[in-house]
Write a protein that binds this ligand. Structure first.
Ligand code: GCB
Length: 602
């Protein structure tokens, strides 16, 4: 799906702002037809933002089920155009009505969706937009979850295990409900990314795919465009970063050449664009859209990850979209700060753990030359997930939407199909074989990974992937407090992965919680000293092992989780605090990464 942009022909109206808001405590808003008339006595809520940390009411923060949003807009004199409504993301499910008429329904909280709404618009009058947002995670959605509810107080061995048996449902009030889920970040909900009205012609660019190669200092640019409507001709122009024409074509698929190209390089990005003009019957300009891209290649060769034929060493983080108050709501200021900090610390890459990030973040990564491992929202997949056809179909659908959205980003160099599934289960093999096959068919160019925390000999799906990404927490969850045995264990396990599968390895997560301002010597858990020492021990091992091609400590910044006795107001493994200020660990990483230009001399 194309990123929404203004052009010579396209108009955009950003509907962000303060919307009406109402929690559907009885989960019967649809029955009561809340979409048919304006919400009665609504509260207010900003868009984009999560609602959970804006409210002071715990019943709203922890509400399980639907909430409703409403806003109003005008569209004047555009009857001969298509008017679309486009949501960057609504977490996790959305139903959308315009003037009481359903125009869209979406499942999956981290990808965009859009719909043409002409039929239901009132031209030159006020229009009402109503959105029902549902935050329930069940066994059919990514990430999966489960609603546990106390139905009666009879001990029942088949009753759901509340928090894996830690809570006794027989002494809880009947009706008590928990949204259980198997991932370690707060289940934020709301309209998380911008909402746009788009006006475009009925003859329009539906999609563009750009693939690049380099041959003897010539950039090879293959593009294909998909057009809807009866067009007469097209003009495709390849522009440099200053919008100067390099070459052009009048074909809907072609190969263009750029002599002595400026390559898209890690931390030294150069963006060209393909400017598409589509003309209608009377040679009028019907649609205009410019798609940025970079000329670069990716290969895996001799145990190395090559970008433009040079071995690349991943230095960076697993991140989250997470911040005070706004939760997972898009915030340009926080995103700008995060990229400033990534540069400051000497990082060159990050993983979009554990879901697709906003298009705005990827646009910045493209511009600044950050290398991205783009992850699907498949986190917390347990044994039962692999036998579920609905979940598999949803996973395939999400991969398709993700690749369609992100395929033209030069920053994206690899797809991560999942984080820490139960990959030691036999049933994981067929499930992931299908997801891997589908992903490779959709994008034969980019490598794939599935991030594992299993013991190397137990992982059953390593053959399906190109790069081994592993998460281990030595001297934290295992052998807590014992930094002295860290290097021995880590080296043993990484070497085993290498011996068994002979594939390059990225350490995709490692780390320790540290509460900023906690100190001790000798280092003790939860202090800044301990976190820093723990990272340092890891680096000693990475430096010895040639097959380790990257290090992504967990996490870039502290982040919110559900309340839990092993979390201290969230997960504190950030190198930065949640307010984006450095801990000791950040200074250590900076010292290391600024001097570790590339572990592999090319
Ligand atoms: C993991 C998960 C990550 C958690 C992290 C932790 O293995 O992939 O989502 O936040 O561990 O801190 O426990």
């Amino acid at each position: 799906m194309l990123y929404p942009k203004e052009s010579l022909t396209r108009e955009l109206k950003n509907l962000s702002g303060m919307w009406n808001f109402k929690v559907d405590f009885d989960n019967n808003g649809i029955e009561k037809k809340w979409h048919e008339t304006p919400l009665i006595d609504p509260d207010f809520m900003p868009v984009p933002a999560s609602y959970n940390d804006i409210t002071t009411n715990p019943e709203i923060r922890d509400h399980i089920g639907a909430v409703w949003y409403e806003t109003f807009f005008y569209v004047n004199d555009r009857e001969n155009k298509d008017v679309l409504i486009r949501f960057g993301s609504v977490t996790h499910k959305a139903k959308v009505w315009v003037n009481g008429n359903k125009v869209a329904e979406n499942k999956g909280g981290y990808l965009p969706f859009e719909a043409v709404i002409n039929k239901h618009l009132k031209w030159n009058e006020r229009n009402r937009l109503t959105v029902q947002v549902d935050n329930i995670l069940d066994s059919t959605i990514l990430p999966p979850g489960e609603i546990l509810e106390v139905k009666n107080n009879q001990p029942d061995k088949n009753a759901p295990k509340f928090y894996h048996g830690l809570i006794d449902p027989s002494i809880l009030p009947i009706g008590h409900k928990i949204q259980d889920y198997f991932h370690d970040f707060f289940n934020y909900s709301g309209i998380h990314r911008p909402v746009y009205l788009i006006v475009r012609d009925r003859i329009y660019l539906e999609d563009i795919t750009i693939k690049t190669d380099i041959d003897n200092n010539v950039g090879i640019v293959n593009y294909t465009i998909e057009i809807k409507g009866n067009y007469k001709s097209v003009k495709i122009t390849l522009l440099d970063k200053n919008n100067k024409e390099i070459c052009s074509s009048s074909e809907i698929a072609d190969t263009l050449k750029v002599n002595n190209p400026n390559l898209w390089q890690p931390l030294n990005a150069y963006l060209y664009s393909i400017d598409v003009k589509i003309f209608g019957d009377d040679n009028n300009l019907a649609d205009h859209y410019a798609q940025p891209f970079g000329i670069r290649t990716i290969k895996i060769k001799d145990g190395k990850f090559l970008i433009n034929d040079k071995p690349f060493y991943f230095k960076g983080f697993g991140k989250h979209e997470d911040m005070d108050i706004k939760g997972k709501g898009l915030d340009d200021a926080i995103n700008a700060r995060d990229f400033q900090l990534l540069k400051w610390i000497g990082a060159n890459s990050f993983r979009t753990s554990h879901y697709p990030y906003s298009e705005e973040i990827l646009n910045l990564a493209d511009k600044l030359g950050f290398v991205v491992i783009d992850e699907s929202p498949a986190v917390g997949l347990k044994s039962d997930a692999f036998d579920s056809k609905p979940l598999l179909n949803h996973h395939l659908d999400i991969m398709e939407k993700l690749i369609k959205r992100d395929k033209n980003h030069p920053s994206v160099v690899m797809w991560s199909l999942a984080n820490e599934p139960y990959d030691y289960e036999e049933s994981a093999v067929d499930y992931f074989a299908e997801v891997a096959k589908h992903t490779r068919e959709l994008d034969p160019e980019r490598p794939i990974t599935i991030v594992s925390c299993s013991k190397p000999h137990l992982c059953k799906i390593a053959d399906l992937i190109d790069i081994i990404c592993v998460n281990y927490y030595f001297s934290w969850y295992t052998t807590p407090g014992r930094l002295d045995v860290l290097e021995h264990q880590l080296e043993h396990v990484l070497t085993k992965w290498h011996e068994l599968y002979d594939k390059p390895i990225i350490m995709a997560e490692y780390g320790a919680g540290a509460i900023a301002g906690f100190h001790s010597t000798p280092p003790a858990m939860f202090t800044e000293e301990y976190q820093k020492e723990l990272l340092n021990h890891h680096h000693n091992v990475f430096d010895k092992l040639d097959f380790v091609i990257g290090e992504h400590p967990w996490n870039f910044a502290d982040f919110a989780t559900r309340q839990n006795c092993i979390r201290v107001f969230g997960n504190r493994k950030g190198a930065f605090t949640r307010q984006r200020q450095p801990k000791y660990a950040a200074h250590l990483l900076r010292k290391r990464w600024l001097h570790l230009e590339n572990k592999f001399k090319s």
